[in-house]
Design a protein around this ligand. Structure first.
Ligand code: ADP
Ligand code: MG
Length: 250
């Protein structure tokens, strides 16, 4: 009973690392990028080189045996040649309040979460072509992941980072979710989640009725069964995006 009490009292609910704090032997915190149930993500720099990196710090009670962080690191490593995936660098164990904490260090993406980016457009929605372009990039990125036999399982607008550069939109997907072994229905879930992101880009339900036919064809009334029937997988939707009849857009 006493032991249990001590354990609960020392649980780390948040790290709240301030800028300038040294973590481990090699890194210094610059700013917080996000927090979730598993841990916190910070922008940091390597002391030796001043190169900026991202570090995900897992709460020890969420990842007591480092299984979650290890699986995540392995998945990123498997997908290291997929352009939409940020490069995993290495993991290290640091000590925070006398507890072992996994710090997973990876490439820093200087883009911004898609959710924020959409919010900066008038009415909080993207022009049609811009939204189609985002979706196309997402399909190409997911297609590479699926071709490796993998899936993401948590595709939403906070886990997509966008860095537009001229006519190119560089998209990065963060925060892969471990949903067990790969399966077709998990890849199909990525397809439907990506369509939901597209729908969000276009203003969601409030704007749906006025969308052009080729765009409505993609959203399929946000019916999962219909989206799967129409496209089958992300390759099907990628092909549709490359060939749909533009006349319906005018
Ligand atoms: N490598 C990275 N580069 C830049 N920003 C990142 C990086 N990884 C995560 N982020 C930011 O931190 C947020 C939280 O990270 P994420 O891995 O999604 O953790 P969680 O959602 O579990 O808190 C993301 O939504 C994104 O804005
Ligand atoms: Mg996330």
């Amino acid at each position: 009973m006493t032991a249990k009490k001590i354990k609960t009292a020392s649980r780390i609910e948040s790290f709240n690392f301030p800028p300038g704090r040294k973590v481990g032997k090699r890194y210094v915190i610059e700013s917080c990028l996000g927090r979730g149930t598993e841990g916190e993500v910070y922008q940091l720099h390597e002391i030796e080189t001043r190169i900026k990196r991202a570090g995900k710090f897992y709460y020890p009670h969420r990842d007591p045996k480092q299984k979650i962080s290890t699986r995540h690191a392995r998945k990123l490593n498997t997908l290291r040649y997929c352009p939409i995936v940020l490069q995993y660098h290495h993991s290290e164990i640091i000590t925070v309040r006398r507890q072992k904490v996994v710090a997973m260090i990876s490439e820093l993406c200087e883009g911004e979460p898609l959710e924020h980016w959409i919010g900066r457009y008038p009415g909080g929605r993207l022009p049609f072509y811009t939204a189609l372009h985002v979706l196309y990039n997402l399909m190409r990125g997911l297609e590479a992941i699926h071709m490796m036999g993998e899936y993401h399982a948590d595709v939403h607008s906070q886990n997509i980072l966008i860095q537009p550069c001229g006519v190119r939109f560089n998209l990065k997907l963060v925060d892969f979710y471990d949903w067990g072994r790969p399966a077709l229905y998990k890849q199909r879930q990525d397809l439907c989640d990506a369509v939901a992101v597209f729908y969000e880009c276009l203003g969601g339900r409030a704007c749906y009725a006025k969308l052009p036919i080729p765009i409505k064809h993609i959203c399929a009334g946000m019916r999962r069964d219909l989206i799967i029937k129409r496209f089958g997988n992300v390759t099907g939707l990628r092909r549709y995006l490359e060939t749909f009849d533009w006349a319906g857009m005018l």
